[in-house]
Design a protein around this ligand. Sequence first.
Ligand SMILES: [Cu+2]
Ligand SMILES: [Zn+2]
Length: 243
Amino acid sequence: MLPLLCACLLLVARASGGSDVSSDAHFNTEEHIRDMHAKVTEIWQEVTGRQAAGGGGPDATLYTACHVRPSATLDASEPQVTGLVLFRQLAPGARLDAFFELEGFPAESNGSSHAIHVHQFGDMSQGCESTGPHYNPLGVQHPQHPGDFGNFPVRDGSLWKYRTGLAASLSGPHSIVGRAVVVHAGEDDLGRGGNPASLENGNAGRRLACCVVGLSGPAPWARQALEHTERKKRRRESECKAA
Ligand SMILES: [Cu+2]
Ligand SMILES: [Zn+2]
């Protein structure tokens, strides 16, 4: 199986190196890379034996936990954001489900939104600054990176959100395991800022807090799912009382 993987990687190299001069050469190269990525992922899944019979089943589910801490290079006067980001991937190649649970935003930032992204490195030795740029394995523009999760609204200094259909992966050659989740001070302009930075990082501002995505068992996800359901119920009840 390994020689097959190597042969496939060679094909990728040839596909990306063999650009012709026709007007749609760039498009073709991108198509080739996507195509080969799908094939390499498929082979990787077979090599690692993660492709369970029937292509799924509970055994194929992957979970990660990421404990968000304030950036070590941040001034003490800056918001000290902490919390938890959990990912779940039900089967190899499936989109991700996620819980985002963060607190420590200034109370007056009610109604503001904060960008959250996956950055390239799981290196927090220089706070969140050493996590590098957005994770961008396919060389595309922001906000098409797999970890461009967009903006999250803050309410009473905290945010909690359940999201599904996220484009990132916990398996395969473009896995985000071991990389960083970064919480920004500002809002993501989603590539519409009209300057080069907008197409790299969405001009989302300082890096307030971050964490490294690490594999986990299913327990943190189960706890968070329960907490999420109860919290939604409490919010509904308080809204009913207020009405
Ligand atoms: Cu970012
Ligand atoms: Zn991005």
